[in-house]
Design a protein around this ligand. Structure first.
Ligand code: GYE
Length: 311
């Protein structure tokens, strides 16, 4: 009947939801793309997205989440900068019946404190990078320097572990130095410069493993400034698959990367909708794909395909 149709239309309009997103900051090209894509995915679905940039600080994320709770919004997305210290604020969201979805990084809190986590298999990514290197160097000796992500973040912990698994059993490959570059180009370059100085101008380094492409791009710059050829004198392997690493690959200056999709929000919003509409509980982990790219994967074409996607 007409009355029913009106009521249904009203219900649809009233069901537009508000979601708070506590983003880490803008340390990397990948992070910038995730922010852009999250806004696009929200807009597509008519979701009102409240965005909070934490400038890399957990305390700012906790404040933002508390403010979302106080506003009584419908759900919260959070990309947790570090893995520990979330229990209290997640309990508060739970007490307020506001579902929380983790994006791209995990926490060490009890799984009952969040609805789901949309992330890649961060250990697997590191393992793929390590296995690529092991295959590439064969039986030649290889000293590796490692640029770690943000200290205490799940990708830094897991990508380190995974890489070590990937090179396990290859006694010719050794990680000789490992330090954080905080997922940024600037720090990646700085730390690589200190590694090069400490290792006879780089002569004792066979490869650099960076926990993200941005640090790899910084390291490539440092290697060039030291008078060596990145990609040949020192192999470069990293994670994310941002457009700039494909330019470096095309130039022969980067060797391999493992792709991380910046679209974590799409699957998160889909799971949220099913949950809010019909109470469907998503799995605790929604895993995104990881794909290895090397110089033989037409880096120029990949660059062209990716360059306008929000990076
Ligand atoms: O790889 C890196 C970033 O949390 C998995 O964070 C993500 C990582 C990503 O800044 O570039």
């Amino acid at each position: 009947s007409a009355a029913f149709a009106t009521l249904a239309a009203t219900t649809v309009a009233a069901s537009a939801i508000t979601v708070g997103f506590s983003q880490i900051g803008s340390e990397s090209g990948w992070r910038a793309a995730e922010t852009t894509v999250t806004r696009q995915e929200a807009e597509k679905r008519g979701i009102d997205l409240k965005f909070a940039d934490a400038q890399q600080k957990q305390e700012n994320q906790i404040k933002a989440i508390r403010s979302f709770i106080a506003q009584g919004i419908d759900a919260i997305l959070v990309a947790p900068v570090v893995a520990t210290g979330w229990d209290a604020v997640l309990e508060e969201a739970k007490d307020a019946d506001i579902p929380v979805i983790l994006l791209d990084r995990t926490v060490d809190s009890d799984k009952s404190l969040y609805l789901t986590a949309v992330t890649s298999d961060l250990v697997h990514e590191g393992k793929v990078a390590g296995e690529w290197l092991a295959k590439d160097v064969g039986t030649n000796p290889c000293n590796v320097v490692e640029l770690q992500g943000t200290t205490g973040s799940s990708p830094a912990i897991d990508r380190k572990k995974g890489f070590e698994e990937g090179i396990a059993g290859h006694d010719n490959i050794k990680i000789t130095r490992s330090q954080t570059g905080d997922f940024t180009r600037t720090k990646g370059k700085e730390v690589m410069e200190s590694f090069l100085r400490a290792e006879d101008g780089g002569k004792n380094i066979c490869a650099v493993y960076a926990h993200n492409d941005d640090m790899a791009v910084g390291a490539i710059q440092a290697i060039k400034e030291a008078g060596l050829k990145p990609g040949t004198d020192i192999k470069v392997v990293s994670i994310d698959a941002v457009p700039d690493i494909f330019l470096a690959m095309e130039a022969g200056e980067a060797n391999a990367t493992v792709e991380l999709t910046p679209n974590m929000a799409g699957p998160a919003f889909d799971a949220l909708k099913a949950y809010l509409d019909s109470g469907t509980e998503p799995p605790k982990w929604i895993q995104t794909e990881s794909k290895l790219y090397t110089q033989s994967d037409d880096p120029k074409a990949v660059y062209e395909a990716k360059k306008d996607l929000g990076y």
